[in-house]
Design a protein around this ligand. Structure first.
Ligand code: ADP
Length: 468
């Protein structure tokens, strides 16, 4: 099969979260199953651009309202990613360092989609499957199905994966002219709640919809930022497929970002070296158990309760453990986390920002990973934690429910039901009790490193779905 993935993120070219990890890995594992895979994404002016050379393979035009943008399709040279990476360079819209959060994101991602489909329409061969990821690519299936200029692409099967249902990118109908012209008869496909909604449009237009875990598929039927009814109506074409992890990148035995690599056999010394490094750099006591949080500082991640939970955890349980936070996002949460540093010096520290290397060292050096998420479509952090022998402490929701079993139920993690400071503190307390029982703790750490969450199964589940 010839499969094209379209996405705003793809690791290592650009990553803001799990979407980047998934799109960077899934095509590689599908290619290993014998399929031709490629990824189409925007060309950002970021580190990846500065560190690589690119060849231009196509130049075209993409219209956004009255504006006609020139775009180039660039392919990185001398990189073996396991799939073909095609990057759409649109000067004026994407020659900036960040992926999202600009005022003109609507204009940027519509133009990206128009450029992508114009280019696909000009190629000699068309793919068998077009797999779109999240709202930034939600119009592509509609363009393919309903716009005369792209009739050649009409019979290609389309699939849309919801990685995050919260960010829908809806905009007012007065921007309708941004889209290529089509018969007004189809306006209803674009509409949700009196706005143009790319996620709703994708769900209505595609052959199959997937979410990144089975539990999240259940949850979106009653909570998905206003689209619940639509998901209920379209339920028949929806499936939940649990994400995998890229074992080539997330492997403590080969991870070059670590202070010391390790196997299950050498877990104790390996984790010790990484923990020592973290404690030295962030002024924490090496002898105490270390809890970490890594992720976007957003309400859906439960990050808003962290400052309160951290403060009262130390107040209630004493200063016999440490917490290190890595993340960025909501300014109030960032402020709340930074504010605690002075009061909790020696036990707590936060790194506000994005740091890939530090995240790897934290998965390796930590004893426990905190994930108090309100919403977690799949969650990759807990899967990375398992692979690095770090015990996950999670709220039972979405993919966390599907992947972490509580130690009280014969499992290997610590689970709580509510996204509240009280539940997090109680879970930390349970973590400390587990840590006291070093024999049991050590056994669990070794066992969780062996759990297989590789992409091999999920990649073939997607192929099976395309085949259907
Ligand atoms: P999301 O909802 O953000 O996509 P996931 O759990 O699916 O959540 O994926 C998060 C990914 O982003 C993981 O690879 C995690 O390590 C990474 N990540 C999140 N925040 C940061 C950060 N501040 N620095 C480094 N990596 C981060």
């Amino acid at each position: 099969m010839n499969i094209v993935h379209i996405s705003a993120e793809c690791y290592p070219a650009a990553k803001a979260g799990g979407l980047g990890d998934v799109v960077g890995a899934l095509p590689k594992y599908q290619a290993l199953l014998g399929h031709k895979t490629s990824v189409v994404m925007p060309f950002y002016h970021n580190k990846f651009r500065n560190e690589n050379h690119f060849e231009s393979i196509f130049t075209g035009k993409a219209k956004l309202g009255w504006h006609n943008y020139t775009f180039n399709v660039l392919v990185p040279q001398g990189l073996d990613l396991g799939y073909e990476l095609c990057m759409i360079d649109i000067p004026g819209l994407f020659d900036r360092p960040d992926i999202y959060s600009y005022d003109d994101d609507t204009e940027r991602f519509i133009t990206f989609q128009v450029a992508t489909i114009n280019w696909m329409n000009m190629q000699d061969t068309v793919p068998d499957v077009v797999h779109c990821h999240d709202g930034q690519t939600g119009f592509i299936p509609f363009f393919m199905n309903k716009i005369k200029d792209y009739e050649r692409l009409k019979d290609i099967k389309t699939i849309y994966t919801i990685h995050n249902g919260q960010y829908q990118g809806q905009f007012d109908w007065d921007k309708l002219h941004y889209l290529p012209p089509f018969h007004s008869f189809f306006n209803g496909i674009l509409d949700w709640d009196n706005a143009i909604n790319p996620v709703a449009c994708a769900i209505k237009s595609v052959d199959k919809v997937t979410t990144v875990s089975p539990s999240y598929m259940e949850e979106v039927q009653y909570s998905m930022g206003g689209l619940e009814k639509l998901l209920q109506i379209e339920r028949g074409k929806c499936t939940g497929i649990l994400n995998g992890i890229d074992n080539d990148i997330w492997n403590p035995a080969t991870d070059t970002m670590l202070e010391k690599k390790y196997l299950a056999r050498t877990l104790v010394s390996g984790k010790r070296a990484n923990k020592d490094w973290l404690c030295n750099v962030y002024g924490l006591d090496k002898e105490k158990p270390l809890f970490v949080f890594i992720g976007r500082l957003a309400i859906e991640k439960g990050a808003d309760i962290l400052p309160q939970a951290i403060y009262y955890a130390f107040a209630k349980l004493g200063r016999e453990f440490n917490i290190l936070v890595l993340g960025s996002g909501d300014k109030d949460i960032e402020g709340g986390l930074l504010h605690l540093e002075h009061q909790l010096k020696g036990n707590y520290c936060s790194y506000i920002g994005y740091n890939e290397k530090l995240s790897h060292t934290m998965y390796a050096g930590a004893d426990f990973l905190l994930m108090p998420s309100r919403v977690e479509p799949c969650g990759l952090n807990q899967l990375y934690a398992l692979r690095y022998g770090t015990v996950p402490v999670v709220r039972r929701t979405g993919g966390l429910r599907d992947t972490v079993i509580d130690i009280g139920d014969g499992g290997f993690g610590i689970c709580h039901d509510q996204c509240t400071a009280g539940d997090v503190i109680y879970s930390i307390e349970r973590g400390l009790q587990l840590y006291q029982d070093q024999k049991r703790f050590s056994k669990i750490r070794k066992e969780i490193m062996q759990i297989d969450h590789s992409w091999t199964k999920a990649a073939s589940d997607y192929i099976e779905l395309y085949t259907k």
